[in-house]
Design a protein around this ligand. Structure first.
Ligand SMILES: [Zn+2]
Length: 142
């Protein structure tokens, strides 16, 4: 399957059977599916979301948002639990206001699940780990 590197935006082809073996990017040698949320920006967002053939969940957040900071540790834990089947990412809405406005993000944190570049689910408001895991596995897991 195709996985776009969030760091250098290179498209990598990874055999399904090797997904769990910590595949690295052919270009920059970084881990393609790290067990922590990857930050997406204006340069990487469209390509990673549209071309990566794994379900992707994006956390729209900001540093000034208390509930976002509260959910961050749970989101990190969730990323470790769902890797490598689901790719967890985050977008800093203050640094990337265009992405947030394109997706009409009205409140943060907002989670958006994508599959093949299309939004399939959305959730606004912070969730504790069990509910977060349930939401991710319901909407994004294969
Ligand atoms: Zn790379």
């Amino acid at each position: 399957m195709l996985i776009v590197c969030a760091r250098c935006r290179t498209t990598n082809r990874v055999p399904d059977s090797r997904l769990a073996e910590a595949p690295t990017c052919g270009q920059c040698k970084q881990e393609l599916l790290p067990a922590a949320p990857v930050a997406l920006d204006d340069a990487s967002f469209d390509k990673v979301v549209a071309k990566t053939e794994l379900p992707i969940v994006v956390d729209f957040w900001a540093a000034w948002c208390g509930p976002c900071r509260m959910m961050a540790p749970a989101y990190e834990q969730a990323a470790a639990k769902v890797a490598p089947g689901v790719h967890l990412a985050k977008v800093d809405t203050e640094a990337e206001p265009e992405i947030a406005s394109r997706f009409a993000i009205r409140s943060i944190p907002t989670l958006v699940a994508f599959r093949n570049g299309r939004e399939i689910a959305r959730q606004s408001g912070a969730l504790p780990l069990p509910q977060l895991m349930q939401w991710i596995t319901t909407h994004a897991q294969n």
